[in-house]
Structure formats: structure tokens, C-alpha cells
Ligand binder design. Sequence first.
Ligand SMILES: *Cc1c(COP(=O)(O)O)cnc(C)c1O
Length: 363
Amino acid sequence: MEADRVYNFNPGPATLPLEVLKEAQAEFLNFHHSGMSILEISHRAKQYDEVHQQAKADIKELMGLGDDYEVLFCQGGASQQFAMIPLNFATKEHPGNYVLSGSFATKAYKEAELLGVGEIAASSKDVDFRHIPTQDELKINPEASYVHLCYNNTIYGTEFHYVPDTKGVPLIADMSSDMLSRPVDFQKFDFIYAGVQKNLGPAGVVLVVAKKDMLAKSPETLPTMLRYSTFLKKDSLYNTPPAFCIYMVGKVAAWIKANGGLVEMEKRNQKKAKVVYDAIDNSNGFYRGHADKDSRSFMNVTFRLPSEELEKKFVAEALEHQLSGVKGHRSVGGMRASIYNAMPYEGALRLAEFMEKFRKENA
Ligand SMILES: *Cc1c(COP(=O)(O)O)cnc(C)c1O
């Protein structure tokens, strides 16, 4: 069974650490002597509370954040955060400022635009989102309530390699596809969120890590479940949380800690990304990377082949080599290899070797 597992390059839901899956399997039928599985247990039970608190503590420890930050578990995907952020923080006088660096960044902006509270601070759309806007390209309104970025652009395969200076305007980042993949100066951010199904767990929960004073700002006129202040006051337990997802996120956070934390994750992720990008760069133009080199993502490697026929053939033959999920998003075309924390180096190496073999056979 285990030998039948493929290297899963899907963008999300995505590969999870095998050790974590096995642990969940081993304690599935009788969780911590409760006589029940974690799926069946009350979210008010002591056994669940331990899971909830440990997950929060481990995440904050990994990020190096203190008591001024809180970890929330929300629902509705990262997509619902696109709406909740402007609802909670932006007004017409103090709009949200958006850096458009790809699809999800643009979707986030569109929600603010619907509410009449969105402004564009920078965009790389004119160059097909091949690069991350630089500090000099950012036009931040000093009256803005926040600046919103998408730190890693899952579809285009670009990633921020700097933390923008917003001149005191609160900084919000969608880190859905690179959360806990490397050390970042998280204290420079006021609000970070991540749909966990990319790098941290199964679909169903959105992690929010934000300054408590920011979370307390929600207008009282908003419906209860749309207010961050509700999640803050009730420790994300106002209603029934997605307990199983939070349990899995907790296990992944513990796995990251046990494997050397974010410093080690970064080392591994850089090594994996290098072997795949080298296969592109050493292909005499057979493979063409989408992202500009200085904006390349460590998480999602996007590239094209000389023709769509070859791209189809590549996907089919990759699967015969137990390399699954390499087809790119329809808006970019071509290939995308997602190499999140849980992808072992062996998987990236196997992909690079396959790329080399495929090029020799088809160039
Ligand atoms: C996948 C993704 C989203 C959307 O997440 P959902 O949880 O499906 O709503 C948003 N932002 C980024 C960067 C993503 O990769």
C-alpha cells in the first residue's frame, strides 16, 4: 500500500508528511483514551482542548511570535478571508491597498472593490505576473487601513523575497501556499492568513495569525461570524470548529518542529527547488520557466514545454514514473510542480531526472 503512494505535486489539497498520516491512522479509533475518534469527540472536551491549545502554541513558537499575536482557526477558505478583511478593516476614507501579483491577489482585491473600499498599490499584470512588484513600484496611500499582499503566488509560481516597507500602514499577507516554509520576519506583519490545504493540512480550516489589537477592531455592526473579534474573544470556539483539520494542522506543526523548524524547512525547500529549476535552466530552452528568476517561488515551480502536445505527453509519462499532479493551472498553462514542506527531496530529484530524460527523448 505504502509502496503504491505517488509523489504528489498537486497545488492543494497537497501532499502531507507520511509520518503525520501514519500517526493519525494509529490513534484514529481511540483518540487519547477517549474511546472515540477525534472526528466524534466534543469540541468542548478536554482531549480536544489540548489539541487546540497545542496547535496554537506550536504555530506561534515556530513563527517566533509573542503574546501580542493570536492564532485563529476560521472557515470558508482563504477566499472568505478576501471578504472578511475589507469588511473588518477597510472604509471608504481608509481603503485597503492591494498589490496585484497574481490570481489570488486579484481575487482579494475584487472583494474589496465590491465593497467600494479597494485601491491598487501596484500590479505586475502587464507582464503576465512574471515578477513580484518591487518596493519602488509600491504606491501606498498613507491613509490606507492596510496593505494586502499575496506572499506566494501559487498559480504563477512567484514569491516575495522581501518584506515591503509600508511606512506604518498595517501589513496583511495571504501566505496560503508558503506558510511555515521558511523563516520570515513575521513581526513585520500585522495579519497573516493561510488556507491550510497547501502546506499545512487538509482542506477545511484557515489559519489566521494576527496582532490582537488588530483583531479587536471589528465593527460591532458586522454579523457575529464575520467579525474577527468573535474569534478572538471565543478562542475560535464560538461555533463548532473543524476539529479534525485543526488536529491535523497541529500534527504538521509538531512535525515541522521535530524536523528542525523553519530554518531546516527552508534548507530542504531551497534544495528541492534548486534541483527542479536547474532542470529548467540547463535544458537549452526546452523548458521555459514562467517566473522571472529573481521572483521564483520555492513552493510552486511553473514552466512550459515547446508545444501543448508535448505538455500532454509530459503529464502522462510523468504519471507512469509515479510523479502525479504536474499539470499547471489553466490560466498559465504548461506545468506546475508544487514542492511544499512535505515533498521529500527524493520526489524533486525524481522529477528533475524525469525532465532530463523527457527532454533527451523529445527535443
Ligand atoms: C489556494 C489559495 C487560495 C484559495 O484558498 P481556498 O482555501 O480554496 O479559498 C488563496 N490564496 C492563495 C495564495 C492560494 O494558494
